[in-house]
Design a protein around this ligand. Sequence first.
Ligand SMILES: N[C@@H](CCC(=O)N[C@@H](CS)C(=O)NCC(=O)O)C(=O)O
Length: 259
Amino acid sequence: MTTALDLLANVVGATARGWRGTMVSRVAEQPAEPLKLYDIESCPYCRLVRETLTELDLDVLILPCPKNGQRYRVEAERIGGKQQFPLLVDDNTGTTMYESADIMAYLWRTYGGSERSPSALRHAIAVAGSNLATLAMLRPGGIAGLRLRPSTAPAERLELYSFETSPFSKPVRARLCELELPYLLRNTGKGQWSDMGPPMFRDRVFKGHRDTTRNRAWLAENTGRVQVPYLIDPNTGVAMYESRDILAYLNRTYAQPVP
Ligand SMILES: N[C@@H](CCC(=O)N[C@@H](CS)C(=O)NCC(=O)O)C(=O)O
């Protein structure tokens, strides 16, 4: 369940990162083949890469690799030689890459059209902030989005509309990671100030505003509102809003009892 404590902790975590991963700062052209990220939701290094993906408005296929994961960890090792995350695979350019700083620089160079290699010090500061954000994911049962929960594998990947700092989306992404459910992450970063704030606040304050970025416009057109998380599951035909309902749905549909 998404609790008030969860939300508050996720807001604190996002603040530790200066809310990087909220706004789109450069609209990249979507590659023909989706990028693939072998990822752990609670990993501080993976977070930095996901922030960059939001900022570049790039969709990405998330292949979750929680601790003790059985599905994509082995695949990552086969492809890259070791179980270290993040691991980016870009079939458009034949690139397989470890190291968050290198991946971020690669994404900016290849899709953002600019050279952005942070100095070692800047990256260390970013990692420190990201570690604080991971700490904010500490719950009574352990760190959310870190460890495997047994699940039934879906035939087809799911689809999630979300952006990195969304406090409501984070628990959903954490659960998708724990359950090892692959999903196409449709990044829904904000393109202008009038996209800011929860839908009820935004729609009252910025009357008649139009959502700017690609996936926000898609949500407005196809669902009549713009809110994240929004989950589409082609395996069951379900498409739904509300983090609590999505968490309950994922548990009901995919979680298996712990042996
Ligand atoms: N320098 C690497 C560090 C990556 C790293 O240490 N990732 C941890 C997860 S946060 C990892 O892969 N641990 C191995 C594991 O989870 O099995 C980077 O910036 O990408």
